[in-house]
Design a protein around this ligand. Structure first.
Ligand SMILES: [Mg+2]
Length: 347
């Protein structure tokens, strides 16, 4: 079959500057991928590269012609496993670039079958956990205001970025503004192991649910040190990037935070979910700051998860795609009345 492919770099302004312990982001550079079959049906995906994992919009644009050549030479939108293997052989790493292509293929394949992706996979929409909404680092008063806005908008779960010299002040303000919310925190590698253990004791007193990535991924023994002493469960994000990382962190975390842009797409993320289950781990699916062209796809994995952190498109100032409806933090797959991932251009 003749498949035609194209890609387009899009810079999305953010609703507000987004700060974590490593730095501040003011815009999100995504590369949108479209694959069209011989009947004129188009699947869409997007790569949301992260410099932390060695990718930028430039590297994505540099490898996409190679990846899309694999798509065109296989010539079958349902040949996803073959294309996925071919892409991996051709470019190796570059997981966000591969994810952008792989998402577009899944979208096209399930559109051709006339089913939303989660229905094609046979998943139960009612099993999807609510998504958290992220409160980025800012001065404490602004973080309190953002928390109030998130509560007002109906989000039952908040993920609070930490890793500052005023972490307790922040958590106290957030808890005060959101007494009923489930609160998770993410240090993005900012703490030393000993510091992290003390932080978990402080955070437990504010009824925090779990602590994500307390220490650097480069210090796996540090993560184990924290895990053995922590007052709260831990989640591994930067420490768990690919399938091979799941067994490596299994004895030093409670939760793994998977992302399509770290692992290369929906198929690999699904394999990671099952590997995590086999190791007795809980599973969260997170995201970068991404257009609905990518987030919509991630939402279809939600029924397999314990925790969802799929607010990436909610942090954009504007998005040229709409995706799976999210209301009061609930990922409403059942309300999706479109086939494929549900990503649809808004203009
Ligand atoms: Mg994280």
């Amino acid at each position: 079959m003749l498949l035609t492919t194209e890609f387009e770099r899009v810079s999305y302004p953010l609703a507000d500057d987004f700060t974590i312990s490593r730095g501040t982001q003011t815009a999100a550079e995504n590369v949108v991928v479209r694959i069209t079959d011989d009947g004129g049906m188009t699947g869409v995906g997007a790569a949301a590269p992260s410099a932390h994992y060695g990718e930028t919009a430039d590297t994505v644009e540099a490898v996409l012609p190679e990846l899309l050549d694999v798509v065109e030479s296989v010539g079958d939108p349902h040949g996803i496993a073959k294309i996925e293997r071919g892409m991996r052989e051709r470019v190796g790493r570059n997981p966000a670039a591969r994810a952008g292509v792989e998402i577009a293929l899944h979208d096209l394949a399930s559109k051709r079958l006339g089913l939303p992706l989660y229905r094609q996979w046979g998943l139960d929409a009612d099993e999807a956990p609510p998504t958290s909404f992220t409160i980025g680092l800012d001065d404490t008063e602004t973080m309190r205001e953002k928390t109030e806005e998130a509560v007002e908008a109906g989000f039952p779960v908040l993920k609070v970025k930490l890793g500052t010299d005023r972490d307790e002040e922040i958590v106290e303000a957030v808890r005060d503004a959101a007494p009923e919310a489930t609160i998770r925190v993410d240090a993005n590698e900012a703490w030393t192991p000993r510091e992290a253990v003390a932080k978990t004791e402080m955070l437990a007193s504010y009824d925090v649910e779990f602590v994500e990535q307390p220490v650097p991924a480069a210090d796996p023994e540090g993560l184990r040190f924290v895990y053995e002493r922590a007052a709260l469960p831990l989640a591994a994000d930067e420490s768990c990037v690919t399938l091979a990382d799941v067994p490596r962190v299994a004895d030093r975390t409670d939760v793994v935070n998977l992302k399509l842009m770290k692992c290369g797409g929906l198929s690999e993320a699904t394999r990671m979910v099952h590997a995590a289950r086999a190791h007795g781990l809980e599973v969260m699916l997170g995201c970068m700051i991404e257009s609905n062209a990518a987030i919509a796809a991630a939402c279809h994995l939600a029924p397999l998860l314990d925790y969802a952190d799929l607010d990436g498109a909610l942090l954009l100032g504007e998005d040229d795609y709409e995706g799976v409806p999210i209301e009061d933090g609930e990922i409403r797959l059942r309300d999706l009345n479109r086939s494929g991932t549900g990503a649809r251009r808004t203009d």
